[in-house]
Design a protein around this ligand. Structure first.
Ligand SMILES: Nc1nc2c([nH]c(=O)n2[C@H]2C[C@H](O)[C@@H](COP(=O)(O)OP(=O)(O)OP(=O)(O)O)O2)c(=O)[nH]1
Length: 147
């Protein structure tokens, strides 16, 4: 039943974005700074982007990692970790977060974004989109448990 049919106010539209915690051998995670001119400019985020019509989340992430960072990875190298669900002003974001430890190539900024390898515990020192805050604890538990 739609929101209107059920008598509820229609909600925000759902936006499906897929993101990746790319990990290096030292357990650091790659974050990228959103460039000027985009929404949430200046904030640090996990690489990824919108899932296009007809695309699976995994295929979208493989495409985004190639476009943004010039790396190649495979569905078998993407492990689901957790997801974000956050109400922004204009839409409700649902964002699965995958972990990837195996890929080919050296991540390089293909879209002018600044990149940083950060320890999961240090992620709180970087301003991130509000949707991302609850994800950090999951990464710490995965990479630096008990520390
Ligand atoms: N890739 C990514 N996007 C995130 C994160 N956290 C978060 O709220 N987002 C939001 C920001 C954007 O609204 C959307 C990602 O879409 P996108 O990166 O393809 O969007 P875009 O910049 O091309 O377009 P737009 O935001 O200007 O509409 O998800 C994150 O950690 N990684």
């Amino acid at each position: 039943m739609s929101g209107e049919a059920s008598g509820q106010a229609p909600g925000r539209r759902l936006l499906l974005v897929v993101a990746c915690a790319l990990l290096d051998a030292d357990g650091r995670v790659l974050i990228a700074q959103r460039p000027e001119g985009k929404s949430l400019a200046g904030l640090w985020e996990f690489p990824g982007g919108k899932v296009e019509a007809g695309e699976s989340p995994e295929a979208a992430l493989i495409r985004e990692l190639a476009e943004e960072l010039g790396i190649v990875t495979w569905e078998s190298c993407l492990a689901p970790l957790t997801f974000a669900s956050h109400a922004y002003e204009d839409f409700h974001l649902v964002m699965p977060l995958f972990v990837c430890r195996r890929y080919e190539g050296i991540p390089a900024a293909r879209e002018g974004q600044a990149l940083k390898w950060a320890r999961p515990k240090a992620l709180r020192d970087y301003p991130m989109p509000p949707a991302d805050a609850p994800l950090i604890a999951h990464l710490i538990d995965l990479v630096e448990p008990g520390r």
